[in-house]
Design a protein around this ligand. Structure first.
Ligand code: IPD
Ligand code: CA
Length: 259
């Protein structure tokens, strides 16, 4: 577990990425990784900056990150899990919903998470057992909302379009039972938005560890519930389907996902 001073140091590093992001966006170099899957010079610059700075402060903690190879992982070790830019497609199109997401994994659980959207100047963070915060204010999921009034955010699994034939009929059925759908384009922000009550559930298949690690702790520390689509605990070092919601509608959400 990071102590309070270390948490502040890490949060300050995460916030330092803002200038870098805005500067690198002017150069705007986009590379295609796969179908609808992009990486920019911004992703690389943020990853390189945080890796270098964290290596100095915590030389014993390795990093798992989106834009690098992540081999020989051991569940008993500690790792930083980083998405340098979650919401890369949004970044390319100046949508304003992109975030730097950094988590600390220690022996099977996430003990610290920070998700920072420099475009809205919003920093969500949590440390295990100490609650979740948005810009220093404590946040909580909204347990007053039942299923029919729930705003549900879905991820469309954009890099695996073969999933759409089954996914969209499922989303259609869920849509009929809730108030409305959202699609933010950043899984980490989706989890934080459930945590602070802007939406009440988030569902997506096959997310990578860096898409959900930081937000998962922020959500549970804000009183929310997160699991895979069968209601099982998240693996953290592997991809997982994600079902996140308030406590009030958690059972309904899992039931609907199971069809
Ligand atoms: C993506 C975003 C998106 C989600 C994708 C993720 P990226 O991350 O979180 O909302 O639908 O599954 O891969 O590629 O922008 O880092
Ligand atoms: Ca991501």
């Amino acid at each position: 577990m990071l102590n309070e001073h270390e948490q502040k140091e890490v949060i300050s590093l995460v916030k330092k990425t803002k200038d870098l992001i805005f500067r690198e966006m002017e150069a705007a170099k986009v590379t295609v990784k796969g179908a609808a899957d992009y990486v920019t010079n911004v992703d690389f610059a943020v990853q390189e900056f945080l890796k270098k700075e964290l290596d100095v402060l915590f030389p014993d903690i390795r990093m798992i990150a989106e834009e690098k190879e992540n081999k020989n992982l051991s569940p008993d070790a500690s790792y930083w899990i980083l998405d340098p830019i979650d919401g890369t497609t949004n970044l390319i199109h100046h949508y304003g919903l992109s975030a730097v997401a950094l988590a600390l994994y220690e022996h099977g659980e996430i003990t610290f998470g920070a998700v920072y959207n420099p475009f809205h100047e919003e920093l969500f963070y949590a440390s295990r057992g100490n609650g979740a915060f948005l810009n220093g204010e404590k946040i909580h999921v909204n347990n007053q909302i039942g299923l029919v009034d729930a705003v549900v955010s879905y991820g469309s699994a954009p890099y695996e379009k073969d999933r759409a034939d089954k996914l969209f009929p499922l989303f259609y059925r869920i849509f009929k039972s809730v108030a409305d759908f959202r699609r933010t384009g950043s899984a980490e922000l989706d989890l934080c938005y459930v945590a602070c009550g802007r939406q009440h559930a988030f569902i997506e298949q096959n997310l990578k560890p860096w898409d959900y690690a930081a937000g998962s702790l922020i959500l549970t520390e804000a009183g929310g519930v997160i699991s895979d689509w069968e209601g099982k605990t998240l693996p953290y070092l592997r991809n997982s389907d994600i079902a996140a919601s308030t406590k009030t509608i958690a059972e309904h959400v899992i039931k609907m996902l199971q069809g």
